[in-house]
Design a protein around this ligand. Structure first.
Ligand code: NDP
Ligand code: MG
Length: 385
């Protein structure tokens, strides 16, 4: 069979770089056909040359104009901005789109890929959190498909292969608990940016690393799972598992529980999504069964991690709540990274913005985009109050 052409959106990021390793290790089955980057244009240009890509998209058009693309061979097509992304994801030569842009910035290109009927390997969970029903409609109408890359959702997806929907009783998402799992709660207010950016088991981009520390990441993942697997909020549980070896569980109606295990290395779920439905050898880390190991599981403490309740509430409410929670969180995390907000204020600020918004059960895409901008401004207002 000929190679699968992959468009890697967010190729300069943590997931993007792992994806390029997977592609390089695929013995020619996968090809890095198109790559996008936003600010790291040296890395983008270098990756395109190394991987023989046909197209690069520099999404920050201003930066792209000022950049010297000297090293780039003439045969490589250069595109810019959101239009560039939309052209790439609808290119008939592209077989699978890896959506690995961080945050709401990834929404339009993910939707455009699904509207072009593509298979989308989804890392960008924020897209589903914001616009779950709109994404589902686009899939149904244009016969595209979403394959999860998020490790928990990949685990659930793998464990559900061959199962009928009515056989599933619930899923249990595992969470590492982040760097502050055992810290005294009284010390949380002093948490620094450096401490929040040091994750015990995963090496990821800054936004999701802070989300893991607050456990807002798990809240977003509850909402992501609600749409991906068409489950109710009550069917999605969370358990703390500090070793990050079991990536989630599926419990069936007969009481049987299936898990997926592998070391904390995103190359495995990325490969599974890109190669789906095939399972093939690849470069991901392996479990070392020659070493003794202990796997622990404990229920999350709602006082320590109030974000999880927010995730369940938004998964239950649907409508506009996911978009508001997501945008409020993106703005709050940025404010924390900029030293303008305490760690312990991130979740309360998000709750406050969520509770003050005018809920609508069936918002349009343009309404969701308006609310995204509104929620970001509300975070600034909250910080001044
Ligand atoms: P990074 O911050 O490492 O990478 C983000 C990527 O998005 C970069 O390529 C960046 O470009 C690009 N980007 C940033 N802003 C914009 C924008 N406004 N428009 C277009 N592109 C933009 O993030 P991660 O790789 O860690 O995460 C990517 C996504 O995957 C997130 O949604 C995250 O939640 C999800 N995810 C990540 C996991 C991980 O292990 N890292 C695990 C599970 C999910 P540049 O760097 O050139 O500026
Ligand atoms: Mg995850």
């Amino acid at each position: 069979a000929s190679a699968k052409n992959v468009a890697v959106l967010g190729a300069t990021g943590s997931i993007g770089q792992s994806a390029l390793e997977v592609i390089a290790g695929s013995s020619g089955r996968l090809r890095a056909f198109a790559l996008s980057g936003h600010t790291r244009l040296d890395e983008l240009s270098q990756a395109a040359q190394e991987h023989g890509s046909r197209t690069v998209v520099a999404t920050d058009a201003q930066l792209a104009d000022d950049y010297h693309w000297n090293g780039l061979p003439g045969g490589i097509r250069r595109l810019t901005g959101q239009e560039g992304l939309e052209a790439v994801v609808s290119d008939p030569a592209v077989d699978v789109v890896l959506a690995a842009i961080v945050g709401a910035a990834g929404l339009r290109s993910t939707l455009a890929a699904l509207e072009a009927g593509k298979a989308v390997a989804l890392a960008n969970k924020e897209t589903l959190v914001m616009a779950g029903p709109i994404i589902e409609d686009a899939i149904a109408e244009h016969r595209g498909r979403l394959i999860p890359v998020d490790s928990e959702h990949s685990a659930v997806f793998q464990a559900m292969q061959g199962a009928k929907p009515k056989e599933v009783r619930r899923i249990v998402l595992t969470a590492s608990g982040g760097p502050f799992r055992t810290w005294p709660v009284a010390q949380f207010r002093q948490i620094t940016v450096t401490e929040a950016l040091t994750h015990p088991t995963w090496d990821m981009g800054p936004k999701i690393t802070v989300d893991s520390a607050t456990m807002m990441n798990k809240a977003l993942e509850i909402i992501e799972a609600r749409w991906l697997f068409d489950l109710s909020a009550e069917q999605i549980e969370v358990v703390i598992h500090p070793q990050s070896m079991v990536h989630s569980f599926v419990e069936f109606v007969d009481g049987s529980v299936l898990a997926q295990l592998s070391p904390p290395d995103m190359k495995l779920p990325i490969q599974y999504a890109l190669e789906y439905p095939d399972r093939l050898p690849g470069p991901a880390d392996r479990v070392d069964w020659t070493q003794a190991m202990t796997l622990e599981f404990e229920p999350p403490d709602p006082k320590r991690f109030p974000a999880i309740a927010l995730g369940h509430e938004c998964a239950r409410a649907g409508g506009t709540s996911g978009a508001v929670l997501n945008a409020a969180n993106e703005a709050a995390v940025q404010a924390f990274l900029d030293g303008e907000l305490h760690f312990t204020e991130i979740v309360p600020a998000c709750r406050s913005v969520l509770e003050s918004h005018n809920f609508e059960p069936r918002p349009s895409l343009s309404r969701l985009i308006e609310l995204d901008a509104w929620a970001r401004k509300e975070i600034s207002t909250w910080m001044l109050a």
